[in-house]
Design a protein around this ligand. Structure first.
Ligand SMILES: Cc1cc2nc3c(=O)[nH]c(=O)nc-3n(C[C@H](O)[C@H](O)[C@H](O)COP(=O)(O)O)c2cc1C
Length: 190
């Protein structure tokens, strides 16, 4: 059975990113979904609407990213918090999706991990209005505090409660997809 495509990306470009580890964990706990799009994030240029107006159209990475976003049934974003805001990488990716309707009605899971005791929650909260404007339907977010003692850079879980929280969040996302598309996806082979 084909896996359900989910646009999923990390708002950190660091090789040892704990947010990337969290994203990998989310993919691991949900073998029925296929995460797509993350590899395009480093290739997205800084948002500039003029690039949509060039004779050749926007850069290939932008076109490809929008295409994957349109085809996806849901969205998962793992974003670090920098100075109490989401990373510029996360916001840049979302800016490129403005106006193309790609997230309209799509169940969306926000996650964050941070070495501090807030888990990057403020960065996630700051994304709420942006995602609501893009039409995304938010499910209960995940924030992981003191992340370095709970998750290693490979996504290995050092604290079982993190695994349970991510598993629950992916269950929520699956249920939101069933609700959004009016049927259990599995029964339609999606
Ligand atoms: C310039 C800078 C600002 C940061 N600001 C915050 C912050 O406001 N809140 C927070 O929880 N962590 C903050 N951090 C810590 C990041 O959460 C931490 O570096 C995290 O590992 C980055 O995510 P990544 O591992 O996915 O790259 C900051 C780190 C840097 C370098």
């Amino acid at each position: 059975m084909a896996r359900t495509p989910v646009l999923a990306f990390c708002g950190s470009l660091r090789a040892d990113s704990v947010n990337l580890a969290l994203l990998r964990l989310a993919e691991r706990v949900a073998p029925d979904v296929q995460f797509v799009g993350a590899e395009l994030i480093p290739d997205l240029p800084l948002f500039n609407p003029d690039l949509d107006l060039t004779p050749d159209g926007p850069p290939a990475a932008v076109r490809h990213f929008r295409g994957l976003a349109r085809a996806a049934r849901a969205v998962v974003i793992a974003s670090p918090e920098y100075i109490h805001a989401p990373s510029g990488v996360t916001k840049n990716a979302l800016d490129w999706l403005d106006g193309c309707g790609a997230l309209d009605g799509k169940p969306t899971l926000l996650m964050s991990a941070s070495p501090g005791h807030t888990g990057g929650l403020q960065g996630l909260v700051a994304l709420f209005p942006t995602l609501q404007l893009l039409g995304a339907v938010l499910v209960d977010p995940v924030s992981v505090s003191r992340a370095s003692s709970r998750l290693d850079a490979q996504g290995n879980v050092l604290d079982p409660s993190v695994y349970q929280r991510v598993e629950l969040a992916m269950d929520d996302l699956r249920e939101a997809m069933d609700f959004a598309y009016g049927h259990p996806l599995a029964s339609k082979g999606l």
